[in-house]
Design a protein around this ligand. Structure first.
Ligand SMILES: C[S@@+](CC[C@H](N)C(=O)[O-])C[C@H]1O[C@@H](n2cnc3c(N)ncnc32)[C@H](O)[C@@H]1O
Length: 275
């Protein structure tokens, strides 16, 4: 199947999810309007102060994380290829009174759509697995950074995306490519009418395609774009229940039961584009 068709299938799914997500408890637009921040706890700590900084959020979905950074003092721009997501992000900005600019663009095409440089490029959970080419992604990140600016990313660990969620008898069964491959991880695609926000609503656009990228491939792609890695953290906790066997801890995060030292669940990095 040609690359455009994978992307079109994914886009149809993302467009359809926006309205569902906007109304879901999982995302919590109501509490966001009331002043709550959707950022994961670790993100503000690892990012540091964003006060007075310009921030570009790649793959911003309907902009709740983007606007959470604005609440912390950044001047924010969010970018996503889903027209429904961008329309909802603009609405959320108006409804919450938090300023933000939102632009529709395919990630790899973004340098043709936006002619600006930023202090910070940010990407949050669940973004990289939709991209087929991690070196192309790193080029886009570097393109948008001012000298002295930095990338901050928190993501699901690529090892998670390689595990099978359909073998309860062997929860650590590695079933899918860990490394980047030309074809999607599952070339036949995933067919799922349940959205991760778990509202019970049935999706119509059910077939999607993901790509794996090894942690070494991601970090090396950033280094090749002359970004200097300040830290690379692998986290023993997960912000969402990626697999049924995960258990919720007192910290409100999801854990590997009994042996948290066996598997990283998320990773994060801050990488500076030196002047
Ligand atoms: C799970 S969301 C991640 C955002 C954020 N962490 C959240 O949960 O709201 C993934 C986003 O990536 C966007 N996306 C996927 N592939 C893309 C591409 N090739 N170019 C631009 N956006 C893309 C989708 O439209 C979706 O809004």
């Amino acid at each position: 199947m040609p690359m455009d068709e994978f992307k079109a299938a994914n886009l149809a799914m993302w467009d359809e999810t926006v309205d569902i997500h906007y109304r879901s408890d999982f995302y919590g637009v109501e509490r966001f309007r009331a002043g709550w921040s959707s950022l994961e706890l670790v993100e503000p700590d690892e990012m540091g102060s964003v006060e007075g900084k310009t921030l570009l959020h790649l793959q911003c979905h309907f902009g709740m994380d983007t606007l959470s950074w604005a609440r912390k003092g950044a001047t924010v721009t969010g970018l996503d290829y889903s027209p429904a997501a961008i329309e909802a992000a603009r609405r959320l900005s108006v409804e919450s009174g938090v300023p933000g600019r939102f632009l529709e663009s395919e990630l790899y095409d973004a340098p043709n759509v936006l002619d600006e440089k930023f202090d910070i490029v940010y990407t949050g959970i669940g973004a990289l697995c939709w991209l087929p080419d991690i070196r192309g992604w790193a080029k886009v990140v570097s393109h948008f950074l001012k000298p002295g600016g930095f990338l901050y990313i928190l993501e699901g660990h690529p090892m998670l995306w390689a595990l099978d969620d359909d073998t309860p008898e062997d929860p650590m069964h590695v079933a899918w490519p860990y490394f980047e491959t030309d074809q999607p991880q599952n070339p036949a695609g995933w067919d799922n009418d349940e959205d991760y926000a778990q509202t019970g609503e049935k999706m119509k656009n059910t077939r999607t395609y993901n790509w794996g990228h090894g942690l070494g491939e991601i970090v090396t792609a950033l280094i090749e774009e002359r970004l200097r890695i300040e830290f690379l953290h692998e986290h023993k906790t997960c912000a969402w229940q990626a697999f049924p066997w995960m258990v919720k801890g007192d910290d409100d995060m999801w854990h590997v039961p009994n042996h948290p030292e066996r598997l990283p669940l998320m990773w994060s990095t801050r990488a500076v584009k030196d002047a």
